[in-house]
Every structure is written in C-alpha cells, then in structure tokens.
Design a protein around this ligand. Structure first.
Ligand code: URA
Length: 235
C-alpha cells in the first residue's frame, strides 16, 4: 500500500493532508525517512512508522480498551462533560473509532472501542448475550432478598418483561458483583433500584472473558491483541 493511503487509513487526515505530511519529511518508516507519498510498503508483516516522532503501527482495524474515569461521556458530542474521545489520540477519532456500548458519565472501568462495525454490532447486539460484570457500591447493606430478586428478575420501570442478572454476588456489605447480558439504559442502576437498594458508584470490570487490565490506569487505553480479542469472545 502506498504511504499516503497508509496514513489516510490510520486517521492522519485527508488524502491530501497525508500527502503533505509525507512530502514535508515528517514520516519515518521502520526508522528511515520517506518523503515519497507514492512509496509502496507491503503490509504482510507489522509496519511501524513515525509521524513527527510519534511511533505508530499500521492496523487494518482498531480494537482498544479504555479504563474510563468518572466524568466523561461516551458521546462524540457530549452535553455536560468531556468526551471519552478526549482521552484518545485524534487519529483514532478520525478513522471512525466508536464506543462499543455506552457507560454513564459517572461509571468507571472497561470500555471497548473499535472502528470495526461488525465487532461493535456483535458486542452490542442483545442477541449475542455477552456477559458484562459490574461492581456496584450500594447505599444500603445488601441482603439475601435483594440478591435473589436480581437473579430471579426485576421489572424495570417502563419495561414489560423482567430483567434478570446472570449472577449477583455480595463481595462486601455494600459491594455487589452483578453479571448481566442486557445493555439497557441505566441497566444496573435500575435493576438495583428495583431490588430495593441504590447504586452509589458503578465500575465495569469485565466483558466476556476479558477483564480490565490491572495495569491500565484510569484514563489510559491500550490496543487489544489477538489473544485478548479471543478472550473477549469467550463467555
Ligand atoms: N448500567 C448502568 O446503570 N450504567 C452504566 O453505565 C452501565 C450499566
């Protein structure tokens, strides 16, 4: 693929802008300066390049995990807070990366993002039933009746069918581990309220077989490799 198209595919701007970036001697490929936008590079092996000294690897599709802090909205066009896209390099937004489902602005933890439409659909479709594990800090102590109600199913305001958790485990008097497959608006907060308690803090710990890496600080993101994508699909 020629260098102009490589940069374009990775979100470095329009075709014209990418041509200019290369012609202005701002790009190194595998360590060597390249000023020819038409120079061809095979994509059979990993291709590492730098733009203005910033290292980048060519990726046909982007799959990433963000440790979402509180106070960020998942929308590109946020109403009251900053957008999670502020936490990512602008190239990722330019190449069309989007959130895989949404977390509330005050929810923290694992948020997946991708520009692979089929992947986004697969992990947000209610048909796929991918389990998501949340840790909810509750206002009132958890009791057995609440845990049983969450697993048996609670009727959410405005819904006709009950919502049931796959599992509801008390980790502590005020700390609930809730595993759900649905992704309705305020799903966990509404379920806990319907069971007679209230969520004070919410954190997503896991999606499918992939847990938020302990090394990923709040606000930081990482690429997902093949093994992590496979773990995600394991349920
Ligand atoms: N359930 C909620 O109530 N909020 C979230 O952000 C995610 C799940």
């Amino acid at each position: 693929m020629d260098l102009e198209r490589i940069l374009f595919s990775q979100g470095f701007g329009t075709r014209r802008q990418c041509r200019g970036i290369v012609a202005d001697a701002r790009v190194r490929v595998a360590g060597a300066l390249c000023t020819d936008p038409d120079a061809d590079f095979p994509l059979t092996a990993p291709l590492d390049f730098e733009v203005d000294g910033q290292p980048w690897r060519y990726r046909e599709k982007a799959y990433l995990a963000l440790n979402k802090p509180a106070g960020y909205e998942c929308s590109r066009d946020p109403q009251h807070h900053l957008s999670v896209f502020h936490l990512l390099p602008p190239q990722l937004t330019t190449r069309g990366v989007q959130c895989v489902g949404r977390l509330d602005q005050d929810t923290t933890g694992l948020l997946l993002l991708s520009d692979d439409g089929a992947f986004v659909y697969a992990f947000t479709s209610p048909k796929r039933k991918v389990p998501k594990v949340y840790l909810a800090t509750t206002r009132h102590p958890l009791d057995e009746a609440q845990l049983a109600a969450l697993v048996e199913g609670v009727l959410l305001h405005g819904e006709s069918k009950p919502s049931a958790a796959l599992a509801a485990v008390r980790r502590d008097d005020h700390l609930l581990e809730l595993s759900v497959v649905e992704g309705k608006y305020h799903q966990v907060k509404r379920m806990v309220a319907a069971a007679g308690n209230r969520v004070e803090k919410l954190h997503r710990e896991r999606i499918g077989g992939f847990a938020l890496p302990a090394t990923l600080a709040a606000g930081a993101w990482c690429w997902l490799d093949e093994a992590e994508l496979a773990a995600l699909r394991r349920e």
